[in-house]
Design a protein around this ligand. Structure first.
Ligand SMILES: [Zn+2]
Length: 104
């Protein structure tokens, strides 16, 4: 059987490990050090090195984390998209990303 690579895997390979951006320190001093990712397919933990994507600042105390985790157990990709808000405490809110058509 020919190995097939999905577009998601291509994107994943072309992204930087999310670790590259961490720990992220907000203006108010709160730090985001990463999160525990689990595969949506088989529930296994995803290695931090297998978590790739980007962290972009929305404003001084909010940033958007978009990451894809590659699971070496089932070869599946799980998307993690959330907005981190640093008020008194740091909290994360899951967001639905429109993955309709991606243009490069
Ligand atoms: Zn899995």
């Amino acid at each position: 059987m020919k190995p097939s690579i999905s577009l998601e895997q291509m994107e994943w390979m072309n992204s930087l490990p999310i670790r590259h951006y961490l720990p992220y320190t907000f203006d108010n001093g709160l730090e985001f050090e990463g999160f525990n990712a689990h595969c949506s397919g088989c529930e296994q933990g995803i290695e931090p090195n297998d978590l790739r994507g980007s962290l972009s600042l929305l404003n001084e105390n909010r940033c958007l984390l978009t990451a894809k985790g590659f699971c070496e157990h089932c070869n599946g990709i799980t998307c993690f998209n959330f907005i981190l808000t640093a008020d008194e405490h740091l909290h994360a809110e899951a967001v639905d990303m429109d993955v309709g058509g991606s243009v490069n």
